[in-house]
Ligand binder design. Structure first.
Ligand code: NDP
Ligand code: 2IT
Length: 453
């Protein structure tokens, strides 16, 4: 999308958006995320002149702190590599900065700022005491040896450690950052600080302070949110065909939970293409290829009779009842949305952050498709991170079933808060507006109470 595609906003928020565009002209993803939130909260500012008077919107679009740093490391061939590291500490009004780290070659300031901005409202929606942040690097872990990934993580953390801490900033994983990377990052922090500070990172191994269900939480949560939306319409996952994009952490556990709820998950993808398996994705095989071998999705079709691989192309051309986009931002465009609608899709739950372009979201909503925005639907991951922080602080360890029950309850609460806010503001069923408003209300009230700071 280009900057000129942004439709006009209410008078209460247009000047805020104009300033963002002037100040950050080369940050399209950040502008996109800000535009969507400002569009939803215009009516809130009109109803709450005290928020407008305190400049809540003007302040919330500007990060509290932005950190960018050099990450030099030496690859296995002995060649020097230099990457760029980021941590955007967006808002700490509700708690310590909290949000993942992304390692992907596409990472830049715009992407990390959009993710950090989304994280403020997502984290507010969880009802837990966590602020919003995001970080990462343009490092590409694909094809790198474990030793290279370790050296990169050590170099990255040799700068980032000074900005972190259990009461300051608590990272976790995101694209390209899973259990392996978190182990190396945590180990480096422990060595430099001489502190085994469990609460300074989440998504840790369950043997050394990690919470049960954190690995599964985002994918499970996105399915639980869709289950809540369907329940309002008297519907369920039972017997449905589910389309999922990606084949990483979020996708794998969305497939698992959808299957456990009686649906057939028929697709998975990566940046090379997608697979269709009408019999239902074989999760053991997918995990073997993706989690153990770190291979490509084409391998799945080679080893699974009845499955086929489509190189390139869009996974959304496959007919499904429920879609859970779980790869990356802006992966589902207007033509994809139209194809899904033509094939009778009933619900879309964003497992990824901002995977649907604004025109696709509008198309789903005008066609009456239940649509859950990422900041609500994928909040189960960070919510379970907050549960990990609680367990670390109290030196407790909850059982898997208890943690899953708590996650289920939190997703129900987020659904209710989003649903109710949409009703209160006269846009029933609009979960985008509802989630933005419910998250913003909590952040704005805290900012007002804490003064101009
Ligand atoms: P992973 O790295 O585990 O998996 C990412 C998957 O998406 C891979 O299959 C990858 O394919 C694919 N993908 C990534 N970038 C692109 C791209 N540019 N084009 C096509 N495919 C791509 O990441 P996660 O599963 O953790 O994250 C997926 C999404 O969910 C992200 O949007 C993330 O921000 C969001 N999210 C994650 C949470 C978590 O707890 N992990 C919490 C909340 C949201 P390939 O290997 O070919 O790149
Ligand atoms: O986008 C996200 O919410 C995450 N990547 C998880 C953040 C976290 O701190 O668990």
């Amino acid at each position: 999308m280009t900057a000129t595609d942004f439709h006009p906003l209410a008078d209460s928020v247009q000047p805020v958006f104009d300033t963002v565009r002037t100040r950050s002209p080369h940050e399209p993803e950040f502008q996109q995320a800000v535009h969507e939130v400002l569009h939803s909260i215009g009516p809130v500012l009109e109803r709450h002149p005290e928020y407008a008077a305190a400049g809540i919107a003007q302040r919330i679009v500007e990060p509290e702190r932005q950190i960018m740093f050099r990450v030099p490391w030496v690859d296995d061939a002995g060649t020097l590599q230099v990457n760029r590291g980021y941590r955007i500490q967006f808002s700490s009004v509700l708690g310590p900065y909290k949000g993942g780290l992304r390692f992907h070659p596409s990472v830049n300031l715009s992407i990390i700022k959009f993710l950090g901005f989304e994280q403020i409202f997502k984290n507010a929606l969880t009802g837990q005491g966590i602020g919003g942040a995001k970080g990462g690097s343009d490092f590409d872990p694909h094809g790198r040896s474990d030793a290279e990934v370790m050296r990169f993580c050590q170099s990255f953390m040799s700068e980032l450690w000074r900005h972190l801490g259990e009461h300051t900033d608590v990272p976790a994983g995101d694209i390209g950052v899973g259990g392996r990377e978190i182990g190396y990052l945590f180990g480096t922090y422990r060595k430099i600080t001489n502190r085994h500070e469990s609460g300074m990172f989440t998504g840790k191994g369950t043997g050394w302070g990690g919470a049960e269900v954190r690995t599964e939480a985002t994918g499970y949560g996105a399915v639980f949110f869709a289950q809540e939306m369907l329940a309002v319409k008297g519907d369920s996952f039972e017997g449905k065909r589910v389309g999922i994009s990606g084949s990483g952490n979020v996708a794998i556990y969305a497939i698992q939970k959808a299957t456990q709820l009686g649906a057939t998950a028929v697709t998975a993808s990566d940046s090379s293409g997608y697979v269709v398996d009408d019999a239902g994705i074989d999760l053991d095989l997918l995990r073997q290829i993706k989690e153990v071998e770190r291979g490509r999705i084409v391998e799945y079709a080679k080893r699974r009779p009845g499955a086929r691989f489509v190189e390139g192309g869009s996974v959304w051309e496959v007919p499904v009842d429920i879609a859970v986009p779980s790869a990356t931002q802006n992966e589902l465009n207007l033509a994809d949305a139209q194809a899904l609608i033509a094939n009778g899709v009933r619900a879309v739950s964003e497992g990824a952050n901002m995977p649907c372009v604004p025109e696709a979201v509008e198309a789903f909503q005008s066609a009456g498709v239940l649509f859950a925005p990422g900041k609500a639907a994928n909040a189960g991951g960070v919510a379970t991170s907050a549960l990990e922080m609680s367990q670390n602080a109290s030196r407790q360890r909850w059982a898997f079933a208890d943690s899953e029950r708590k996650l289920r309850e939190i997703m129900g609460d987020i659904h209710r808060a989003s649903f109710d806010a949409a009703e209160r503001y006269g846009v029933p069923g609009d979960y985008v507006a509802g989630a933005n408003i419910a998250g913003f209300e909590r952040v704005a009230a805290a900012m007002l109470a804490q003064g101009v700071i």
